[in-house]
Design a protein around this ligand. Structure first.
Ligand code: 13P
Length: 343
């Protein structure tokens, strides 16, 4: 393992003022997104949509450090024949790849899931490296539902799989993004989210240690510590920032170069405001860079502006530029709500 090379990639993924564009929606998920704008999910449409994002030059150059791709996209060419991977590289961003095969029912644990995709992963990683990927993503899903879910069994099997994936990535010269997502669905309060997130992170870092994964060449992609969507009491940005940073300080080793949040169904502006509150209030108390790896919170606005129509490309790119810029400022702790209104 070339740890120096892995560390260099990981540090570049969390460069100041930049974050990651998660554009790795699986075929099923992108269809859902396209359904919402009445666009057909064809191979060409998916290509056109993603090409439009990657060609938003200023957003990519100034605010995006890396892009997570789906298997189809990493093999696709732009309309003019340029590989999409090359479009991304030409902006200075790093191509990455989702390698998990989704969350499936966990045997013996009703309502809980384990992420699959380890079989054949070593060979797939080698191919993805040759296609230009320098980092990868694996997402585990932890649901909160009542007192019994999540079970310790669900958390430990997912942590074990995340560590096995991470070790294989590093062997292949690819930086693993480890993503243990504690879902924000449900009516639990922010303190229950804190406890489950803390337990999940401690289990994950135990497994990474047990399986010899070098943290200097790893990036964590977690949820924020946040109220469940259906909770009657919604915590604000200051409380979310304080609790998220406290939770991570107690469970995430300092050797890790960076943490990049998922947006998880937060509104665009909340995802930005919460990240900003952490960086504005706690930067000097955090050993790792804190940034974004947003899917919906970066793409909802451009997707809507685009609506599947070529004549809307400029408006969609402007919408993407705006969200990328707002989140880039939040990474620096320099965002304020007034900047949203000025747009
Ligand atoms: P969201 O930001 O939409 O949660 O997606 C990020 C992601 O990559 C989830 O795996």
């Amino acid at each position: 393992m070339d740890l120096e090379a892995l560390n260099k990639i990981a540090v570049a993924m969390v460069a100041p003022g930049k974050g990651i564009l998660a554009a790795d929606e699986s075929s099923g998920t992108i269809k859902k997104r396209f359904d919402s704008i009445n666009a057909e999910s064809t191979e060409d449409n998916r290509r056109d949509y993603r090409e439009m994002l990657f060609r938003t030059e200023q957003a990519m150059k100034d605010c995006i450090s890396g892009v997570i791709l789906f298997d189809e996209t990493i093999r696709q060419n732009a309309k003019d024949g340029t590989p999409l991977v090359k479009l991304i590289q030409d902006t200075g961003a790093i191509p990455g790849i989702k390698v998990d095969k989704g969350a499936h029912a966990l045997a013996g644990a009703e309502g809980e899931k384990v992420t699959e995709g380890l079989d054949g992963l070593r060979d797939r990683l080698k191919e993805y490296y040759d296609l230009g990927a320098r980092f990868a993503k694996w997402r585990a899903v932890i649901d909160i539902a009542g007192d019994e879910i999540p079970s310790g069994y669900c958390i430990s099997t997912n942590a074990h799989a995340l560590a096995r994936y991470a070790a294989l990535c590093q062997e292949a010269g690819i930086v693993p993004i480890v993503e243990p997502e504690v879902l924000m669905d449900g009516d639990h309060d922010i303190d229950r989210c804190y406890d489950v997130t803390e337990f999940t992170l401690k289990s994950l870092f135990d497994e990474l240690y047990a399986q010899d994964v070098a943290l200097e060449g790893t990036i964590l992609k977690p949820n924020m510590v946040i109220s469940g969507k259906k909770c009657s009491k919604q915590a604000g940005a200051e409380e979310i920032a304080e609790k998220t940073v406290r939770c991570f300080r107690s469970s995430v080793p300092a050797a890790l170069p960076g943490i990049v949040f998922l947006s998880g169904g937060q509104s665009d502006e909340d995802a930005t405001a919460n990240l900003n509150a952490m960086n504005a209030g706690y930067k000097d108390r955090m050993p790792w860079a804190l940034s974004f790896s947003y899917g919906r919170a970066l793409q909802a606005a451009p997707l809507k502006a685009w609506g599947g129509k070529a004549e809307n490309v400029a408006a969609a790119q402007a919408a993407f530029m705006h969200r990328a810029k707002m989140n880039g400022l939040a990474q620096l702790g320099d965002w304020s709500a007034g900047l949203e209104k000025a747009a």
